[in-house]
Design a protein around this ligand. Structure first.
Ligand code: SF4
Length: 498
């Protein structure tokens, strides 16, 4: 809770911590209602050396401002959402800037819509920087294992630009629920013991463990997915800025890989396609016990009353041939009912191994853009039009192959049943295959992108591209522009969600 020290004519609000949004909100509301101009208020953080300069008689915000003007005013939702993100920024002026905009909103209720306003632009730039930092943390945290047996624990070191640890920690809880982990950063730490999340003070890099076996695994994995024929050094550095390299085990391979890329690309061209790696067959055998001789039928899932039942039934689906080469069925994930469902094309290489949708590079990109757009990923259901990975083996790699109309139609059975259980009022078709499955006919995404088509059953279908399309754009400038368009699409989705 914030406290206000009054040393007229200037007031100083002392906040409890670097991201004390509640404290700021309470004090700012009271000050704005009292009509205290922004240049009469200073904002400090308790415990900061600078905060002590302002120390005086402290009062709770409500007590410090008796007789506050009873006039109330409504703050636009856009400002509230921006404030939630901006408080994580490292700029010490962020609370003052937020209060200045709040104060101006009293007289300028449409201020947030004026994109050219210096204060609004500054707030948006700060929010963008925070969202990018959140996205980078999700992509570049690498855990190292310490202890063993019951004391097994994973620890990661990360250097964020902003105070994002607390805001980002729930994401890691969801992703690594079954693991005990700690993320250390210079600004704060997050600890998950399997049941409880604790946010603590910052740490130093020496507190984090050094190399473990997982490092070798990361390097092996990175080397195996590296495709020298598609290497674009600038694009790679834009996605994985050099400043993160020092904490990424796989980064030590990058200079050598760049040097040897040309030669390896030539070798790849000369190589013939080979069979998928043996571990695919092993996982597949676990999920695909051979059906009894002569039995070509499977359960159809029509009786399933829950998504879990439906998903279990889909594990033995033989409605088309795609089950034969894929590792496992990758069913949708998310709450039911859900107001919005995101439908992609099919699981990719990562999803096929993990058995979960949208966990590969395209899924991570989608996660980041949803964060930027303010869409709560936990509130949406994500799935694919086709539940098995279709690919062509090429050397050690499995190259994505687009499902044909027959496969999409066969798998629509599962999507229809998912929709019946989820009961969304909005479906987001990510790409042409998803649109075809949702609308029952081929759709030209390039022409209809950004539009909503209402189905006979009332379900609204929003059309956009698949995030993997962005990953395939080689030129960083073009990709940035496309990222902006995709972000605009996700903001439109957010608006449609109400
Ligand atoms: S792709 Fe769909 S229809 Fe085809 S086997 Fe897999 S789950 Fe069944």
């Amino acid at each position: 809770m914030a406290a206000i020290a009054r040393s007229l004519p200037r007031m100083t609000v002392k906040l409890a911590g670097q991201t004390d949004l509640d404290g700021w909100r309470t004090a700012a509301r009271a000050l704005a209602m009292k009509g205290v101009p922004a240049d009469q208020v200073g904002w400090t953080i308790a415990g900061n050396a600078s905060a002590d300069l302002f120390a005086g008689t402290d009062h709770a915000a409500s007590e410090a401002l008796p007789g506050a003007d009873s006039t109330t005013f409504t703050v636009p939702r856009a400002f509230v959402e921006l404030a939630e993100t901006v408080v994580c920024h490292r700029d010490p002026e962020r609370f003052a800037l937020l209060y200045r905009v709040l104060y101006r909103l009293r007289e300028e209720p449409h201020l947030m819509k004026i994109g050219s306003d210096t204060d609004v632009r500054r707030l948006e730039a700060m929010a963008k920087s925070v969202r990018r930092d959140i996205h980078k943390m999700r992509a570049f945290v690498r855990f190292r294992r310490i202890g063993g047996g019951p004391d097994d624990r994973h620890v990661a070191w990360f250097e964020p630009d902003h105070f994002i640890v607390e805001a980002n920690a729930p994401f890691f809880v969801r992703r690594f629920t079954g693991m005990r982990w700690t993320i250390l950063t210079p600004l704060a730490s997050a600890d998950w013991d399997g049941t409880r999340l604790t946010i603590g003070p910052g740490a130093t890099k020496t507190d984090a463990p050094s190399e473990d076996d997982a490092e070798t695994l990361w390097r092996t994995y990175f080397a195996s997915i590296f495709n020298p024929a598609r290497l674009k050094v600038k694009a790679m550095q834009a996605e994985m800025p050099k400043r993160y390299w020092r904490n990424l085990p796989e980064a030590s391979l990058i200079p050598d890989m760049i040097r040897g890329a040309e030669e390896k690309a030539r070798e790849m061209v000369e190589k013939q396609p080979s069979e998928p790696a043996p571990h695919h067959a092993k996982i597949q055998a676990r999920h695909w016990p051979a059906p009894p001789a002569g039995d070509s039928t499977t359960q159809d899932g029509a009786d399933a009353r829950t998504l879990a039942e439906l998903s279990r039934t889909a594990e033995s689906c033989r409605r088309c041939d795609l089950w034969r080469d894929a590792t496992q069925t990758v069913f949708g994930e998310g709450p039911a009912p859900a107001r919005v469902v995101f439908v992609g094309e099919q699981p990719g290489d990562h999803e096929d191994i993990a058995g979960k949708p949208f966990v590969g590079p395209a899924g991570r990109l989608l996660d980041g853009v949803l964060v930027e757009a303010g869409v709560d990923r936990d509130a949406v259901y994500v799935t694919n039009a086709v539940k098995h990975f279709k690919f062509e083996p090429r050397g050690k790699r499995r190259i994505h192959a687009r499902p044909n109309a027959g496969e999409v139609k066969a798998c629509r059975w599962w999507l229809d049943h998912e929709l019946a259980l989820i009961r969304p009022d909005l479906a987001v078709a990510l790409g042409a295959t998803a649109a075809q499955s949702l609308l029952g006919k081929p759709v030209a995404i390039t022409k209809l992108r950004g539009q909503v088509i209402v189905r006979d059953d009332g379900l609204r279908v929003f059309l956009t591209v698949h995030p993997s399309y962005l990953l395939r754009i080689p030129d960083p400038a073009d990709r940035d522009a496309e990222h902006g368009r995709f972000l605009a699409d996700m903001k439109a989705v957010k608006a449609l969600m109400g």
